[in-house]
Design a protein around this ligand. Structure first.
Ligand code: PLP
Length: 371
């Protein structure tokens, strides 16, 4: 199989699995236990906390472990002042859009920030929000899961901070692919997910600036500084920590390797007549390419590629299976017919140049059959 859907999820790195196994087999202690087995789990969780903190340049007590990116995003939105409004970009992951809409139904003013044809948040829509509505919380993702577009979060953060507006960024797709430094970004809240950076599924984190008020989604035993109750998923947290440590240590090498593969991929794609690469003028992740082919049904093409042993996505994993064109491309003003043909390729560190060449050959054959 040629797996080209790493933005949906990544395989667990063998070194990560190795680190996790003892906590699934032998060291099963509850991290709250006061005896040796419990203390061992506690120490291990603390080590993982430092590893995750290290990935984004914060101190360990700024890390709240969650069940993944979805929970981290939901938790971030609880920082909203009960009387205030919020603004989120139109291309956020559903784990931001859905809770934002719920808050809106509960009476909070909600502004959706528009994006330009390349998928970058429009400066004037942010200006307008600051001027007229003055929301207490803004959420703008660092990198988009479909197009790979990287937003100028540091610039937005500087402007919003000057107005005392909290900025949350969803860095789930960015972490491990580009440098992500919490302080340099200047945000107050940042979400991460383990399974997008070769860690296990079911672990993530919300990074917070001290002083930002959060309201826990889960109440109970008071774990995670009372922000997230529930017995810690020690093995998954260990895996997340190890994956974060490796992502930091290998970042330069990984992004260079991915960029090389992406160049090869895009050169091949451009040889296909009529093919359009979305957001090609915007800064993008080194691993993500989304393209459209006029008059081709993206879902059909995806299934034909699957029959050839190639795994790709027609957009975000959650959007797949639906007949509607991607809301991300729609927000960018892409023609619905072209948007319905969209295919997203997201490369990973075990992909090879030969796999890319093979993918292009197969794609060319399938497209010629359509024509
Ligand atoms: C940008 C973005 N945010 C959040 C999530 C959700 O993360 P998780 O799968 O860990 O809940 C995803 C997953 O697809 C994502 O791509």
């Amino acid at each position: 199989m040629i797996y080209l859907d790493h933005n949906a999820t990544t395989p667990v790195d063998s070194r990560v699995l190795e680190a996790m196994l003892p906590y699934l087999k032998n060291f099963y202690g509850n991290a709250s236990g006061l005896y040796k087995l419990g203390r061992l789990s506690r120490t291990t969780v603390d080590t993982a906390r430092q590893q995750v903190a290290g990935l984004v340049g914060v101190s360990a007590d700024q890390v709240i472990f969650t069940s993944g990116g979805t929970e981290a995003n939901n938790l971030a939105l609880t920082s909203l002042d009960p009387a205030a409004g919020l603004a989120v970009s139109a291309i956020e992951h559903p784990s931001i859009l859905e809770p934002a809409e719920r808050l809106h139904r509960q009476g909070h003013p909600l502004t959706i920030l528009g994006v330009d044809p390349d998928g970058l948040v429009r400066q004037n829509s942010l200006d307008e929000v600051i001027r007229s509505r003055k929301p207490a919380l803004v959420s703008i993702m660092l990198a988009n899961n479909e197009t790979g577009v990287i937003q100028d979060v540091a610039r937005h953060a500087e402007r919003l901070r000057a107005q005392n507006i909290v900025l949350h960024t969803d860095a789930v797709q960015a972490a491990g692919k580009i440098p992500v430094d919490f302080k340099a970004l200047g945000v107050q809240l940042l979400s991460l997910s383990s399974h997008k950076l070769y860690g296990p599924k079911g672990a993530g984190a919300l990074i917070f600036e001290k002083g930002v008020k959060l309201s826990p989604l889960l109440l109970g035993g008071g774990q995670e500084q009372n922000y997230r109750s529930g017995t810690e998923n020690v093995a998954a947290i260990v895996g997340f920590g190890k994956a974060a440590e490796l992502a930091k240590a290998e970042l330069a090498q990984r992004s260079e390797q991915l960029a090389g593969l992406k160049t090869r991929l895009e050169t091949g794609l451009r040889s296909i007549p009529g093919l359009h690469i979305f957001s090609q003028n915007a800064p993008r992740l080194p691993n993500t390419v989304q393209f459209g082919l006029p008059n081709v049904d993206g879902e059909m093409l995806l299934m034909k590629l699957d029959r050839q042993g190639i795994a790709v996505s027609s957009g975000s994993a959650c959007a797949s299976g639906g007949k509607e064109p991607s809301y991300v491309l729609t927000a960018m003003g892409v023609d619905p017919v072209l948007a319905r043909s969209a295919i997203r390729i997201s490369l990973g560190i075990s992909n090879t140049p030969e796999q890319i060449t093979r993918f292009i050959e197969i794609l060319q054959t399938l497209v010629n059959q359509e024509g």
